[in-house]
Design a binder for this molecule. Structure first.
Ligand SMILES: NC(=O)C1=CN([C@@H]2O[C@H](COP(=O)(O)OP(=O)(O)OC[C@H]3O[C@@H](n4cnc5c(N)ncnc54)[C@H](O)[C@@H]3O)[C@@H](O)[C@H]2O)C=CC1
Ligand SMILES: O=C(O)[C@@H]1CCC=N1
Length: 268
């Protein structure tokens, strides 16, 4: 069984790294194509996988194709795939690309839509998965692939993919922005850059680990926040500022905007 990635970008690399280190596929069972020769050379030397200059050759040498190009070029990439047998499944990770469009261009075939995220690069990804009727029998394989790079969650409706994209697909960027701002605050208030950065990142990891542990013990992030917040203390002073400046409403606005953008991309 060979897996073929169309597009050798950041997400394809994250997935491939996880597949190899978790021995889901051997290097010689992984194919990749890209328009960039540099990118193909890099992927070949970093992971010893098979590279293809042409997407058509890639799909004819693969049992499963993973569409990993930007949504804006996905249409033209699919239109140019000739003689791609309809029994071969497609996994698409392109944001906002609906299954209906894929089957329209590639024929009525098994399709699995997945929304992964970049923490997959560190093995800590979160992915939402949805299959069409024909794709359902390939769900165990899709779950295996995305569990190799984090946790995979099967969705009951394709429409939920827009929310998943806004929450966990784009979500790492929200946490990174918060980290950037915390580091900047630490520096501005007098710490050196390295210390501000080390403290912020370790705190983010600690908070995430605690939240994860809490999730198993029915302790919510809200419960954990309350444990940090001593009455009349420093945390309370900080949180009041975040509340007064409507952090909650701002997060709702940002996530809704990302969801709306995902819906817009569905119409391209
Ligand atoms: N970056 C992220 O956090 C996430 C991205 N995604 C989705 O994953 C997909 C890929 O995103 P990234 O890896 O971040 O993008 P990227 O820009 O790093 O990778 C895309 C790759 O496709 C190649 N490419 C462009 N045209 C091509 C063609 N005609 N044939 C073959 N290859 C071609 C590019 O040279 C590039 O290497 C997108 O559809 C995006 O919506 C999904 C979840 C998270
Ligand atoms: O920003 C984007 O469109 C992609 C999808 C989710 C994360 N990155």
């Amino acid at each position: 069984m060979a897996i073929g990635f169309i597009g050798a970008g950041n997400m394809a690399e994250a997935i491939i790294k996880g597949l190899i280190s978790n021995k889901v596929y051997n290097c010689d069972e992984i194919n990749i194509s890209d328009i960039s020769d540099n990118r193909l050379e890099y992927m070949q030397s970093a992971y010893s996988i098979n590279t293809f200059k042409y997407n058509n050759l890639l799909v004819s040498s693969s049992d499963l194709a993973v569409l990993a190009v930007k949504p804006q070029v996905a249409g033209e990439v699919m239109e140019a795939l000739d003689d791609f047998p309809v029994d071969k499944p497609v996994i698409s990770i392109a944001a906002g690309l609906r299954i209906e469009k894929i089957t329209k261009l590639l024929g009525d075939r098994p399709v699995i839509r997945v929304m992964p995220n970049t923490p997959a690069l560190a093995g800590w990804g979160a992915a939402g998965i949805f299959a069409n009727k024909k794709g359902e029998k390939h769900l165990p394989l899709a779950k295996k692939i995305f569990s190799a790079i984090g946790e995979a969650f099967v969705l009951s409706s394709e429409d939920d993919m827009n929310i998943v994209t806004a929450l966990s697909g784009s979500g790492p960027a929200y946490f990174f922005l918060l980290m950037e701002e915390m580091i900047n605050a630490g520096i501005e208030l007098g710490l050196d850059e390295k210390l501000a950065s080390d403290l912020t990142i370790q705190t983010a990891i600690g908070a995430a680990m605690l939240a994860r542990q809490g999730n198993n013990d029915s302790e919510t992030p809200e419960d954990l926040r309350k444990k940090v917040t001593s009455p009349g203390g420093t945390t309370e002073a900080a949180l009041k500022e975040l509340e007064n400046n409507q952090l909650g409403a701002l997060v709702m606005l940002a996530v809704s905007r990302a969801k709306q953008r995902s819906e817009e991309l569905s119409k391209v």
